[in-house]
Design a protein around this ligand. Structure first.
Ligand SMILES: [Zn+2]
Length: 147
């Protein structure tokens, strides 16, 4: 029987996305929506295509886990309990032609640069009312920023 108290990585470990329909855990990827009418992909998924306004045309699609930093800011003030500073970025997923906002980890904030390659990773995001671990997403730099 799955055990929510077992550590991540243990086959008995149980976790779920912090918001249903946002991401898949195995394999880890974000869930977008690709419009069957015009082909535009969005994240998060939408019921109505923001490009051609087709209703019920967008279908769930697994997004690429590889991206690049399009732009970013360094957050230096946050609610109590949230460590600062951290980097909040617009990230391009070129394979899907999607741009989304997420936290970037890896290098020190002053070492994050435009175009930095990043990879999706899942991260603990608290515990649900039922005691199950919740997982969110962020991106990790996949190489050192150029000097
Ligand atoms: Zn469309």
């Amino acid at each position: 029987m799955p055990c929510p108290a077992s550590p991540p990585g243990d086959p008995q470990h149980v976790a779920r996305p912090f918001r249903e329909g946002l991401l898949s855990l195995d394999p880890p990827h974000l869930i977008g929506a690709r419009c069957g009418a015009c082909g535009v992909t969005t994240f998060p998924a939408r019921d109505v295509c923001p490009s051609c306004r087709a209703e019920d045309a967008p279908a769930p699609t697994a997004l690429s886990t590889e991206g690049r930093v399009h732009s970013f800011t360094v957050v230096r003030q946050a609610p109590a309990g949230t460590p600062v500073p951290y980097v909040l970025a617009w990230i391009d997923l070129p394979a899907d032609d999607v741009r989304l906002m997420a936290q970037v980890v890896g290098p020190a904030p002053e070492d994050v640069v435009l175009g930095l390659p990043v990879t999706l990773e899942l991260v603990p995001f608290g515990t649900g009312d039922d005691g199950v671990e919740l997982l969110g997403h962020r991106f990790r730099a996949t190489q050192e920023a150029p000097a």
